[in-house]
Design a protein around this ligand. Structure first.
Ligand SMILES: *Cc1c(COP(=O)(O)O)cnc(C)c1O
Length: 228
């Protein structure tokens, strides 16, 4: 059995066990394969194994890879910091942008998304632990951004994405993920029709799922060590 298949089975098993432990149905959580700094051959191989959603965090790298993969029915998620001079290309070449953290970016993506492509799926990125070096909107700005997102054409607000503070303390991890979920629920209470809580990576997917994640973003544990 090949290595990729083994890794995929192991990740799916971890996701499923985490769902069961949390009393959730395994189909409540989807898998985003983070293919940044991974070769296209691995994307093709993973797609053959049934994975459809792939995440990239650098526009130039994604644009270099995508032409070689056009025959495959892939769903591309942009998960990196969004610079305003890159919004047009991102709006044209991705189905999702998970890392929207300010008004200017939201407005540009909406204006530059071609109507013929259908709405661009948006997650607002929240800097839940308010770390200065990290992108993401402050939790206090999320509801206002969500209202704007709902008002703009050509985009569809789907939910929140977060990368909590790096720590090995499970209590602290639970606490961060829980605060993201509470914010997500506040958005729902405010009337936003959202379904995606994107949180959890290779090292913390179990904790994220126990706190309500609906999408985990897995790189290393699925595709192996990245090229540097
Ligand atoms: C790289 C990356 C991941 C995947 O991280 P792994 O630890 O390799 O699973 C998830 N989300 C974002 C936003 C990333 O940049």
């Amino acid at each position: 059995m090949n290595k990729l298949l083994k890794r995929l089975q192991f990740v799916r098993e971890r996701m499923e066990n985490a769902c069961i432990s949390a009393g959730r149905h395994p189909n409540e959580v989807s898998l985003l394969a983070v293919s940044k700094r991974q070769p296209t051959e691995k994307i093709v191989a993973l797609h053959h194994l049934g994975v459809v959603a792939f995440g990239e965090n650098l526009l130039a790298e994604a644009l270099a890879k995508q032409p070689g993969l056009t025959g495959l029915d892939l769903q591309w998620h942009y998960i990196g910091a969004v610079q305003s001079n890159k919004t047009r290309a991102i709006a044209e070449h991705f189905q999702w942008v998970q890392s929207v953290d300010r008004e200017r970016i939201l407005r540009r993506l909406a204006a530059q998304r071609s109507t013929s492509l259908g709405p661009l799926n948006i997650c607002l990125q929240v800097n839940i632990d308010q770390e200065s070096q990290k992108s993401g909107a402050g939790p206090e700005d999320i509801l206002q951004l969500a209202r704007l997102a709902d008002d703009l054409d050509n985009i569809k607000l789907r939910g929140l994405m977060a990368i909590p503070r790096m720590t090995t303390d499970p209590e602290e991890q639970h606490h961060s993920f829980r605060r993201v979920r509470i914010l997500f629920e506040e958005m729902q209470s405010a009337g936003h029709d959202i379904d995606t809580l994107s949180m959890g990576m290779s090292s913390d997917l179990e904790i994220a799922i126990s706190e309500g994640s609906t999408m985990v973003r897995i790189g290393t544990d699925l595709l192996g060590k990245r090229d540097t």
